[in-house]
Design a protein around this ligand. Structure first.
Ligand SMILES: Cc1ncc(C[n+]2csc(CCOP(=O)(O)OP(=O)(O)O)c2C)c(N)n1
Ligand SMILES: [Mg+2]
Length: 335
């Protein structure tokens, strides 16, 4: 990652061990099965509140987070389930949190948008768009102050790229040469607003050059392309090179929130992106490479295993108690 900016859209490079490739497929399936279950529970009224799913964007979280060490620190936004799972969060505790149960990661106080699972290095999600970026910056700064090797990694969208917090964080990360990775999931929309209506800058990665930060833009629906780009960013940071910026071009296959009628986009656009589904594409490439059987049985087994695991997780979660009146004052600072 020595070029300040590349305007090419990077694609995947081969050469990973078969077990690594299968693991990537399994992780993407776990996330897909998890979010489809959450969607179903939401439709049945078993989960309340506002819910943002990242179905279709799994390649970014899985490709990127697979390159991190256990103690690297991840900060996500309002669409955070994939990042938490990819960092190693337990599906049962995560689902319990989303369903507001006491067994959830935050005792049911956080819900979908405020998950924190620091024990696996998933420090927090946030409903404040771009709010996680300066937090990741702080983690990277703390790492330098403490002489640690850990990286601060922020996942955010194209909409977050129009905020002051984003630009200030790029500036400070560059100025102080912090071990930080900015991962922009450019899915072409901020809520209901297409990219061209919220910025004239087509590639969010071009902002990085302004601050002297190396960047690359990759196909975010190609898990190996993301893995490759983030792997280089990790090496760059660990060798003292400072921050990097990876822009992953992707698409959310669901609405902005569950229940969004999504009238702002054409069905043909959705169909085009469904054809580029990161899981189906990756499974097909593994079949082409002869790493899984051609008749699809192995892929189906991976999908079924993921769904079975999520089913158990959801039963455990929904059988857990909801917080009672006494829990209301737990973890509340009353100075
Ligand atoms: C500071 C702040 N402003 C506005 C909002 C309302 N809001 C929620 S999501 C969103 C769009 C975010 O778009 P993007 O960063 O591209 O993420 P995506 O939803 O595409 O994953 C906005 C404006 C918010 N949550 N926080
Ligand atoms: Mg977006």
């Amino acid at each position: 990652m020595t070029d300040p900016v590349t305007d090419r859209v990077g694609t995947s490079s081969p050469g990973e061990a078969p077990e690594v490739l299968l693991d990537l497929l399994e992780r993407m399936w776990l996330i897909r099965a998890f979010e489809e279950k959450v969607s179903e529970l939401y439709a049945r009224g078993r989960i309340k509140g506002l819910l943002h799913l990242g179905i279709g964007q799994e390649g970014v979280a899985v490709g990127a987070i697979g390159q991190l060490a256990d103690d690297d620190l991840v900060f996500a936004g309002h669409r955070p389930h994939a990042h938490a799972l990819a960092k190693g969060a337990d599906p049962g505790r995560l689902l319990a949190e989303i369903a507001g149960r006491t067994t959830g990661y935050c005792g049911g106080h956080g819900g979908s948008m405020h998950i924190a699972a620091p024990e696996v290095g998933f420090v927090t999600a946030t409903g404040v768009v771009a709010g996680n970026i300066p937090l990741a910056l702080g983690a990277a700064f703390a790492s330098v102050v403490n002489g640690a090797q850990r990286l601060g990694v922020a996942f955010f969208g194209d909409g977050a790229g129009q905020t002051g917090a984003f630009h200030e964080s790029l500036n400070i990360a560059s100025l102080w040469n912090l071990p930080m990775i900015f991962v922009c999931e450019n899915n072409g929309y901020a809520e209901f607003t297409p990219l061209a209506a919220h910025t004239r800058i087509e590639r969010l990665a071009s902002h990085a050059a302004t601050y002297g930060i190396p960047s690359t833009t990759v196909d975010g629906n190609d898990v190996l392309a993301v893995r490759d780009a983030v792997g280089r960013a990790v090496d760059h940071a660990r060798s003292g090179g400072g921050p990097s910026f990876v822009e992953a071009l992707t698409y959310r296959l669901r609405g902005h929130y569950e229940g969004d009628p999504a009238k702002y986009r054409e069905l043909s656009e959705l169909a085009d992106w469904k054809a580029k589904d990161p899981i189906a594409r990756f499974a097909a490439s593994l079949r082409d490479a002869g790493l899984i059987d051609a008749d699809g049985r192995q892929t189906l087994a991976i999908e079924q295993a993921a769904r079975a695991r999520v089913q158990i997780a959801s039963e455990e979660a929904l059988n857990a108690p909801v917080p009672g009146p006494d829990d209301l004052v737990q973890h509340v600072f009353a100075g």
